[in-house]
Ligand binder design. Sequence first.
Ligand code: ADP
Ligand code: MG
Length: 459
Amino acid sequence: MAQTSAQRQADSLWQTVTTRLRATLGPVEHATWIEPLTLVGVEQGTASVAAPNRFFRDWVSERYLKRLQEAFSTELGQATAVKLTLSKANTSANAQTEHGPQPSANPAPSVQHWQPRLNPRYTFAEFVVGSSNQFAHAAALAVANQPGEKYNPLFIYGGVGLGKTHLVTALGHQLLADAGRPRKVLFMPAEFFMNELISSLRRDRMTEFKEKFRRADALILDDVQFLAGRERTQEEFFHTFNSLHADRHQIVLTSDKVPRDIPDLEERLRNRFESGLIADVGAPDLETRVAIVQKKALAEGLEIPDDAILYIAQNVSSNVRELEGCLTRLAAFASVNHAPITLAFARQALHDLVRRQHTKPDVEQVQRAVAEFFHIRLSDLKSKRRTQHIAFCRQVAMYLCRKLTESSFPLIGAHFARDHSTVIHACNLIERRAANDPAFRQSIDKIERRLTSASQANP
Ligand code: ADP
Ligand code: MG
């Protein structure tokens, strides 16, 4: 089933809007409340957004409606209302299972056979290979050609929006297409694995659950960092993993961190994750970014001159999703204004997006801003002093370093003379607190704003 171009546009518009929201809401709130929503479409100044259930819809409507409207309005360049609806898949009253994988017309309490819903756009053909992702790409291809044989598991890690999901989806497509016999491929975010597990436990359907997962020819689990701290799910996954592995069935995992940096991951599971092939995807270099923009423009039927493409590729460097967001915005602007896309036009349309890109502070700037904000000395922040207040400020600084500089845990630790586990601990702690304490969240936001506007002033 081919996706229509309108659908594709809606998908990428939604991606840019949610990326925007993530920046203000932070990762936890974003993952909890925004990610499960879907954009149905935009018509006559109103965006219809579907929530997985009533509880969700009411919650989002109460707390996030205004922000959603703002984000859409900014993105589309005109005032846009947001209407919250319930998604069609919504059948049961249980929030745990509802945004599970299978929109089911039949709420029979059995674990259903998994039909992988692979994004049709995420194929190897659509993936641009460059120095930052060459290795991961090659690894994915190798596994697609000889599943279960050499690299098992394949573990792909890297930052947000750098193509992990795209790559492993492409792998899934290939496994399904190439088989001399029909293959059973399971593809899902780790979160869905957990949801299915919970619902199977509750319904006393563990036999089916085990059967389903252990019989798969290949299991692709996206974003396994989600398993952090979920003990029961980790335990079950450990057994699933072993059973698949013993039968030489392929396991593919993605994560935003290497296994050793995933907090609260059982040792034995970490060992399993590390036992196969680990490949990283990094931020694409300029040539790759140019090639990506060219490819996407072609796919969207957009005519963009080379200088405008170069401008975009030079100025948007953090991740591929942002690059796509730029194109979506350009396309929207061009069609609203009935104007061709030129360099000048691109500059004008992308002005604020591009400025945002320049505002990535470094670790030292973060340390200074945090010390200033809490009125403590920078040297204390970096020292071994353990008074409660200083330790707390230090945790905030570590969290912000992670969030704003995208440095690795060990690197951040080095700036505080601490090891990476201390940084991970600090990040989790602050993230939780920020999620539960709005006043604290505001303070954090304030420091963040200072930092992003400061590094903008002196790039
Ligand atoms: P991740 O899972 O790492 O967060 P995704 O796989 O979702 O990232 O990629 C984000 C977007 O960028 C997707 O739309 C994807 O198609 C696109 N993308 C990422 N890397 C590439 C690439 N090398 N070539 C083409 N498109 C890419
Ligand atoms: Mg992903």
